[in-house]
Design a protein around this ligand. Structure first.
Ligand SMILES: [Cu+2]
Length: 353
């Protein structure tokens, strides 16, 4: 031993501490089980980081604590330590090794980013729309709209994502990939789900009052179940009853982002029992929520404000244009004139207290 005694002890202590820290990090940074093809390489990247973090942290702490304890000044010892004037070899080593590690991780991340964003064969396109504070999904090949994202297992998916207002972010932790939605741009995200199951999409970009409610169900299903989903969801607006169409509009236009059906108060008043309800307005007057008032509340939202709620929130969504666009689209696709607001009111009439 002799001269090598301290380095050997420090080396052994470093390895033991690094192993402990590695398990600690894995336990601390809780992650649900990976469920997409893109998740596996990202999980490896996590592990590589944990190993490097555990090793470096252990190395620095062990050397420091070891020196503090073992080489502490003893009582009565007034001698000076040795004077050291630099060590060229050491300085070169501690410049070159960290450079290689940092650049190495950079290259690793770059290659991996290329891999997880790479185009896949036979991609299925799903259009994703995010807005304050709800999501909706369209399957252009099947002419299906949905408030939940249903995808077949092991099928490469290309999500074409749009925001109708501010920045949002698509994040399903099990898939490990995350992508911002930027207003005015199509943002792509590729996912190949590998595990059948139910997941939850959450917006990961703070986007206003009800950001934390901006959730959607994600279901990874078998190919057969997926085809059944498309059959069950394929519809023409004009085939539905007025009330059912109103309910569909409630989701398609994103009214569900602010208006609950179960009495809970979100950014806007609940729709439970809204029809013919007596509303107290912020100027102290009351009004009965009849057809005319409801139509006005949608077309000219800032004219009458329900007490306890904020003006400007609904008008910022520009429903006048969006409803007109939707009516024009239905007329174009189905050849029928639909009054979206009348159907929304018919739906509200079904929502008793
Ligand atoms: Cu959001």
């Amino acid at each position: 031993m002799g001269k090598l005694k301290h380095p050997i002890i420090v080396g052994v202590l470093t390895l033991i501490s690094a192993t402990g820290l590695y398990f600690l990090f894995n336990w601390m940074f809780t992650r649900p089980d990976p469920a997409s093809a893109q998740a596996a390489p990202i999980e490896n990247l996590f592990q590589a980081h944990f190993i490097m973090m555990a090793f470096l942290f252990a190395l620095i702490m062990v050397i420091m604590l070891y020196a503090v304890v073992v080489f502490r000044r003893r009582p009565g010892d007034d001698t000076d330590g040795p004077h050291i004037h630099g060590h060229t070899g050491l300085e070169i080593a501690w410049t070159i090794i960290p450079t290689i590690v940092v650049v190495g991780f950079g290259v690793y991340g770059w290659v991996l980013f290329d891999e997880v964003t790479a185009e896949q064969p036979d991609e299925m396109v799903v259009e994703v729309v995010g807005r304050q504070w709800s999501w909706s999904f369209e399957y252009p090949e099947a002419d299906v709209r949905s408030a939940r994202l249903v995808v077949p297992v092991n099928q490469p998916i290309l999500l074409e994502m749009y925001s109708e207002d501010v920045l949002h972010s698509f994040w399903v932790p099990e898939f490990r990939v995350k992508q911002d939605l930027v207003p005015g741009m199509m943002m792509p995200l590729r996912i190949t789900p590998t595990e059948i199951g139910n997941y939850r999409l959450q917006c990961a970009e703070i986007c206003g009052t009800s950001h934390s409610d901006m959730l959607a169900d994600v279901q990874v299903v078998s190919q057969a179940d997926f085809e059944q989903f498309l059959i069950d969801s394929a519809f023409r607006y004009s085939d539905l009853s007025d009330e059912a169409r109103g309910e569909q509009f409630y989701f398609d236009l994103g009214c569900n982002g602010c208006h609950s059906l179960d009495g809970s108060v979100n950014a806007g008043p609940t729709w439970q029992g809204v029809y013919l309800r007596e509303e107290l307005l912020d100027d102290g007057t009351t009004v009965i929520a009849d057809d005319e008032y409801i139509r006005d509340s949608i077309l000219n939202p800032d004219a009458q404000i329900v007490q306890g709620f904020n003006p400007g929130i609904m008008s910022a969504q520009d429903f006048v244009t969006r409803i007109a666009d939707l009516e024009a689209e239905i007329l174009r696709n189905e050849g029928v004139e639909i009054d979206v607001i009348a159907d929304l009111i018919a739906f509200m009439q079904t929502l008793d207290q």
